[in-house]
Write a protein that binds this ligand. Structure first.
Ligand code: GLU
Ligand code: ZN
Length: 467
């Protein structure tokens, strides 16, 4: 098979979120060359900050592109807003072939025609009013100062069919497609046109994109056929739904990649979660990009919508935090957390974080519990456990700690011997006194990490709480 090329072609009109990041991911996982193109033809809504953010998000996720812009400075190679000259060539070509024509219909005229068709129970299509204007008619309109759009003349009576990589054979009748706009009145290129012209010119062989574009594909194939340009293969991925069953949006839990990064999610957690949104992987293990790529196949893309579940993301986060390199984990911690952790306890603190935390703020809470004298906030459940254990238990614990020092097992045995407490009755009150909480790191680890004087003080405080 000749080498393949995929692309991600975002419109920089907003922040990247799980939906378009997944499209980027699938395109990157496909294999072969991965290209990035900026579809900024909507001058009003496109913003350079969004391009910056997009490049940053992609790099942060590790989805580096082989071809495409290196920064947000618009250039003719990768920014559609700068490719007017390229498109003009093909507009001219289509007009020369009489496959495109100027349309002078006003927005009001088009709207009336649309309503009439709908009222007659027909799907609305361009009526073809300007399809056969004479040179004279065109000249008159031009003289009146009317500015036309350019429409593609859809051939009559054709079957447009293609093999979709996900959805199988797709068939459309050209007669169901009205002549569509390829250049807007302001001279800017319309999506149907520039999107597919660029795919052809940039050598894209495989387009992986959302199902919402499926109905656009026959139009786009017709444009390429008219110009004799190469046709890419298409794979349209099913929608992502929120946990309420509606398409994923801000309202039902979609967050931007930026927000997820700020919350502390690791790229690896996001990648593994997104790779399984609509793509089946046999393995439930956390994989790096190379692993995800090696096992990716369009045959494993599902036809039915998939659901985004925030709990799945947290599951991958818990796996990711266990496997990130130490340096990355340290950098992920808040600066104020890093200064709290004593140098010689850094290694063990990482273990605490890896097995008890998902987010930097939780790591910060544990650092404060373990290494500072800030007042413990005592959970109700912990206070209740302490009351049940009673004052004598904590007094005995102080004695045992004094007698056994660093020897945690000796400490436990001594306390057990004096109080007769065992199992939960032994561990829970100790955990409560050490941390104010009813769960967290293993007790022995807490005993080692917390300074003996601090531990002593907390046990002493609990003699009061338990009164
Ligand atoms: N700019 C289009 C979008 O963001 C690209 C669609 C496509 O991938 O072809 O929806
Ligand atoms: Zn018209």
């Amino acid at each position: 098979m000749a080498s393949s090329k995929t692309r991600f072609a975002p419109s920089p009109t907003g922040l990247m979120h799980i939906g378009n990041a997944r499209t980027a991911l699938f395109s990157a996982l496909f294999g072969g060359t991965f290209l990035l193109r900026i579809e900024d033809t909507d001058a009003e809504r496109s913003r350079r900050e969004f391009v910056d953010e997009l490049l940053y998000d992609l790099r942060w996720l590790g989805l580096d592109w082989d071809e495409g812009p290196t920064n947000s400075e618009p250039c003719e190679d990768w920014f559609q807003s700068r490719r007017g000259r390229v498109y003009q060539h093909y507009y001219d070509e289509l007009q020369r072939l009489a496959l495109a024509y100027p349309c002078y219909c006003s927005a009001t005229e088009l709207e009336i025609s649309r309503k009439l068709q709908l009222a007659a129970g027909k799907p609305p299509r361009y009526s073809g009013k300007c399809a056969h204007l004479t040179d004279e008619e065109i000249r008159r309109r031009q003289e009146e100062g009317r500015v036309p759009t350019l429409r593609f003349r859809v051939p009559k009576g054709q079957l447009v069919s293609f093999e979709d990589g996900v959805r199988g054979t797709q068939k459309f009748l050209s007669d169901d497609i009205g002549d569509f706009i390829i250049r807007r009145a302001d001279g800017s290129a319309a999506f149907f046109f520039c999107n597919v012209i660029d795919d052809a010119l940039m050598g894209v062989t495989d387009v992986v994109r959302g199902e919402d574009h499926l109905a656009n594909t026959p139009r786009q194939l017709l444009v390429l056929q008219a110009l004799g340009l190469p046709l890419p293969r298409y794979a349209h991925t099913a929608l992502i739904l929120g946990d309420d069953g509606a398409p994923l949006s801000k309202r039902n839990g979609s967050r931007s990649i930026n927000q997820l990064r700020e919350a502390g999610y690791f790229p690896g957690a996001l990648l593994n979660m997104m790779a399984r949104l609509g793509h089946y992987y046999e393995s439930d293990e956390l994989m790096d990009l190379a692993g995800l790529r090696a096992r990716f196949s369009t045959h494993h893309l599902g036809k039915s919508p998939s659901r985004f579940d925030p709990a799945h993301l947290d599951h991958w986060q818990s796996l990711a935090i266990r496997s990130v390199p130490d340096a990355e984990l340290d950098a992920w911690l808040r600066a104020e957390t890093r200064v709290i952790v004593p140098e010689h306890q850094r290694v063990e603190f990482r273990d605490v974080v890896r097995s008890n935390c998902l987010f930097p703020e939780q790591a910060d809470t544990w650092a404060r519990i373990l290494f500072t004298d800030e007042r413990l906030s005592i959970e109700d459940a912990a206070a209740e456990v302490a009351r049940q254990a009673g004052e004598a238990f904590f007094l005995a614990a102080i004695d045992a700690a004094n007698a056994k020092g660093e020897d945690f097992n000796g400490f436990l045995a001594a306390l057990k011997a004096v109080t007769g407490a065992k199992g939960k009755g032994l561990f829970m009150p100790l955990r409560a006194a050490f941390t104010g909480r009813h769960d967290g790191p293993e007790l022995g680890l807490l005993y080692r990490l917390i300074d003996p004087h601090r531990l002593h003080r907390r046990l002493a405080e609990f003699t009061y709480i338990s009164e």
